[in-house]
Design a protein around this ligand. Structure first.
Ligand SMILES: *[C@@H]1O[C@H](CO)[C@@H](O)[C@H](O)[C@H]1NC(C)=O
Length: 290
């Protein structure tokens, strides 16, 4: 009797896990821009477009509380000045949490800026910006947010570029109790995005297109006030004790930490933690903690 019940649960959980393999028809909805957002390739892909009158965006149907969210993105090619492509997690309301990837376009031949930020309890201003070590418009690359109770890790093609740690013990808020949805958008921000707003979008090249593919949420789904985690998620210390690996307990190994530091040394172009002009009284607390 008991065995049967357990098998039933495992089978059901497997179905859930399969459904999380990422089909935009099942998992996402176009939230603005009407037909400027299009699901393509039988649900494997989603294209967002931007023209003079509007951009477009989509959001996940599910809300999540912790998970590893992967998105493959191919950014607007050619002259993408003024365009901003985003992929982020956000909860609702004025004290919301948010974890952002934003890609600021540029004129042909000049590099995109990858902008990252973390909001906790409605407070952001934790910008770090990077160059990419490849041309993000030539092919799809994987951008990941690993969000567990101790870390928010940003990764590009599996390489960590940023690790926002849980320093609640030292008075720094951490996103851990507000469920978040996944959002993505393509919009016009030519008043600030490219070279400080000096370069405007070239509408003769519109519509601009950014392509998304293979959305994957290995994540705890929030429903009816509770978290439903994928099978094998090491949510309890007891479960974790016997095993290793998995995003729930993920932190940077020595090697990943060294890779992240290498990326930061070579490719980081802005870091709020070192902006003493902005913080003459001293940088935020988390900047001084390791
Ligand atoms: C665009 O290119 C210029 C010149 O290389 C660079 O200074 C700037 O940071 C790039 N990115 C943006 C978003 O302006």
């Amino acid at each position: 009797m008991r065995t049967v019940a357990v098998i039933g649960i495992v089978a059901m959980a497997c179905l859930v896990a399969v459904a999380q393999g990422g089909n935009f028809f099942q998992d996402a909805e176009i939230s603005w821009g009407q037909d400027r957002g299009k699901i393509v390739d039988g649900g494997r892909g989603l294209d967002l477009t931007l023209d003079r009158s509007s951009g477009s965006g989509f959001q996940s149907k599910n809300e999540y509380l912790f998970g590893k969210i992967d998105m493959q993105i191919k950014l607007v090619p050619g002259n993408s000045a003024g365009t901003v492509t985003t992929f982020y997690l956000s909860s609702q309301g004025s004290t919301h949490d948010e974890i952002d990837f934003e890609f600021l376009g540029n004129v042909t031949g000049e590099p995109y800026t990858l902008h990252t930020n973390v909001f906790t309890q409605g407070q952001g201003q934790r910008e770090q910006q990077f160059r990419l070590w490849f041309d993000p418009t030539q092919s799809f690359h994987t951008y990941s947010i690993i969000w567990n109770p101790q870390h928010v890790i940003f990764a590009v093609d599996g390489t960590p570029i940023r690790d926002f740690k849980n320093h609640e013990a030292r008075g720094v808020a951490f996103p851990k109790s507000q469920p978040m949805r996944v959002y993505a958008s393509l919009w016009n921000a030519d008043d600030w995005a490219t070279q400080g707003g000096r370069v405007k979008a070239d509408w003769s090249k519109a519509p601009f297109v950014a392509s998304f593919r293979n959305y994957n949420a290995d994540a705890c789904v929030w429903s009816n006030g509770a978290r439903r985690c994928p099978v094998g998620t090491m949510e309890t210390a007891a479960a974790a004790a016997g095993r290793s690996g998995g995003w729930w307990n993920q932190e940077l190994s020595d090697m990943s930490y060294r890779r992240m530091r290498w990326v930061q040394r070579k490719f980081m172009i802005y870091n709020y933690c070192t902006d003493l002009k902005r913080y003459p009284q001293g940088v935020p607390a988390e900047c001084k903690l390791r």
